[in-house]
Design a protein around this ligand. Structure first.
Ligand code: ZN
Length: 292
């Protein structure tokens, strides 16, 4: 755990996924060979020749608040377009409870963006219905994301199978009156604020926690792998707006290096978070020493 002011930062894991190296179209054999030494074994598996992608929720706890940042892929969801998340059973909820988090006691869920691996545990299957997993939590999402995913608005031209995420994980939250739309740059609580990180997804937001001269930045999918700290121009094949994703990544790396901020991305392998250090005219990733 890491402490920043009144907040304790921890995480609850859902799954670890193998990710083909085609995640980065620009990655060649030579570059991979030059970096394997520091990537293996936490970020890259030598035997299988794949990157390791974590899917987890970040937890922020204080005496008065329990906040979940992103809700992973979820159980029982129909995901014909993402076989890895299709009708999954991951034990996430049990792990959350074992970590001392009562779903009823969660008072805020921050959804950095609305891709399927970030909103799944918004709901759980109760009989035939999707019901909120965190029934007492305000769920915070950016207006741009909700508009882009709504089958009757921005997502109308996308294939109907892609609407499942909105229908089973967003609409029930709206119906329960639990969704609060934001613009992506709000102060939420003393020391906790949102900042825009568009590109990978149109309305993606980061979460900044700041106290006593320490800064933590939850940067969602601005980077998928620490290799992108060394190669900031590389986008993952999941990035929706390639140019904007690059611009945002450059800005965040510069800011993190200048501020000495702890970066907590959504998918980095153990120890899951770290710092960005300047190394000549490049950047270097320095994993955090605390176990999260
Ligand atoms: Zn993601």
């Amino acid at each position: 755990m890491i402490q920043i002011g009144e907040y304790t930062i921890s995480r609850v894991e859902e799954v670890i996924l193998d990710e083909a190296t085609s995640l980065f179209p620009e990655l060649g054999e030579e570059t991979l060979a030059a970096n394997r030494g520091w990537l293996s074994p936490n970020f890259y598996n030598e035997e299988r020749g794949v990157f390791l992608t974590m899917v987890h929720s970040w937890i922020l706890r204080s005496a008065s608040h329990t906040i979940i940042i992103d809700t992973a892929g979820g159980d029982d969801k129909d995901r014909p377009l993402s076989p890895r998340f299709h009708r999954a059973r991951t034990g996430f909820l049990e792990r959350l409870k074992a970590a001392g988090i009562d779903p009823e006691a969660v008072d805020m869920v921050i959804l950095t963006h609305l891709h399927s691996d970030h909103v799944g545990w918004n709901t759980r299957l109760a009989g035939e219905r999707w019901v909120p997993t965190f029934p007492n939590a305000e769920h915070i999402a950016s207006r741009a994301e909700v508009e882009a995913r709504d089958p009757e608005r921005g997502a109308a031209s996308r294939p109907p199978a892609s609407w499942n995420v909105y229908r089973d994980s967003i609409q029930p939250i709206i119906d329960a009156g639990l969704l609060r739309l934001v613009e992506g740059n709000e102060a939420l609580l003393p020391g906790v604020s949102l900042f825009p990180v568009p590109g990978h997804a149109p309305g993606m937001m980061g979460v900044r926690v700041e106290a006593d001269g320490k800064v933590a930045m939850f940067i969602s999918d601005v980077m998928h792998q620490p290799l992108q700290v060394s190669y900031p121009d590389w986008n993952s094949r999941y990035c929706e707006d390639q140019d904007l994703a690059r611009l945002t990544r450059a800005k965040i790396l510069d800011q993190a290096a200048r501020e000495g901020a702890l970066l907590l991305p959504a998918h980095f392998g153990q120890p899951y978070a770290g710092y960005v250090r300047r190394d000549g005219d490049r950047y270097r990733f320095e994993p955090v020493e605390t176990m999260l």
